[in-house]
Design a protein around this ligand. Sequence first.
Ligand code: MTE
Ligand code: CO
Length: 390
Amino acid sequence: RAAGDPAITEIKDWNRYLGEGVDAAPYGAPSPFEAHVVRRDVPWLTADPVSSVNFTPLHELDGIITPNGLCFERHHAGVATIDPAEHRLMINGLVDTPLVFTMQDLQRFPRENRLYFLECAANTGMEWRGAQLNGCQFTHGMVHCVVYTGVPLKLLLDEAGLKASGTWLLAEGADAAAMTRSIPLEKALDDCLVAFKMNGEALRPEQGYPLRLVVPGWEGNMWVKWLRRLEIGDAPYAQREETSKYTDLLDDGTARRHTFVMDVKSVITSPSPQAPVTHGKGPLVITGLAWSGNGRISRVDVSLDGGRNWQTARLDGPSLSKALHRFYLDIDWDGSELLLQSRAIDEAGYVQPSKDALRAARGVNSIYHNNGIQTWQVRADGVVENVEVS
Ligand code: MTE
Ligand code: CO
């Protein structure tokens, strides 16, 4: 270009003037140019924001860690604002010694750091009957993945002393919903954490400050936030969230219950409806996320033609059990229409099913546990739509 590129030749304000000094923002915030990277809700989904959900902007993120301010939120009765000095965790029921811990007590137990995804069982639930929401933020954004710091639940239960008759645990939240879920003791003793930090800093209020339960690989609803009580019992407690909710009504009128594990799943995050292709033909980075409640992801395949042909994608970044995995397929796009799909396979050998296969097995009554293969149509002009192919 004869005149030269003004991005290079013109003097900009940021060359001319001093910038802000240190401490202009004691707790930092993203660049103002990234102001569009936010959680979003779907206003018509729920009657009121205090019993609602907003969604992680997956299409704007890379790697496998979700920044704290972008983790989707799901509350049944709003965000509890809890003074940690007044917060207690009680353990009662079938134990030798009922115990009450302050936050300080909990921080004197040996702690561990672990990276896990949390997925709401209702993630992708609006897509059971067909393509509906135009963006992976809305179709798949009820998932996040952070490093938790916390005390293994086993240490606290051992401190109280479990009676031999104990087989189940009831976890209860301190919010206005007093959310309660039954968890098999075997899981509680295996890999659950009582966490007080996420990505190194205190839990955010929305994520259960000052204390939440971490139930790796299992449905988000069981990860009780604002955790205040653990009761040991000898049977599941049949609470609302495991009877009328978080069960899967089948075509024959019976319901699957105790469907705790989040099965293998993946989605292409870019290109996607909110992240269209804006650069024409040539090199195109296709990227997405895969995860499984059964462990690590062993392979992700990507199709450019609606599932007729598959190529193995490149997994990049740490591969950790029950955590998000990042995949890429770097292609030379010829500018013609694509029907993008991804299909993940986990270390247990489970293969992500097609939506048709899922509907054949489960019917269309449920909103929970939809891990079917997602299709994005990339048009020649780069616009991307949520579609289904059969
Ligand atoms: N815990 C309490 N106490 N109250 C709640 O409303 N919502 C549950 C679970 N734990 C909830 C709760 C649901 S349905 C999900 S999916 C996860 O928290 C969401 O966690 P997040 O808000 O950190 O994304
Ligand atoms: Co949920």
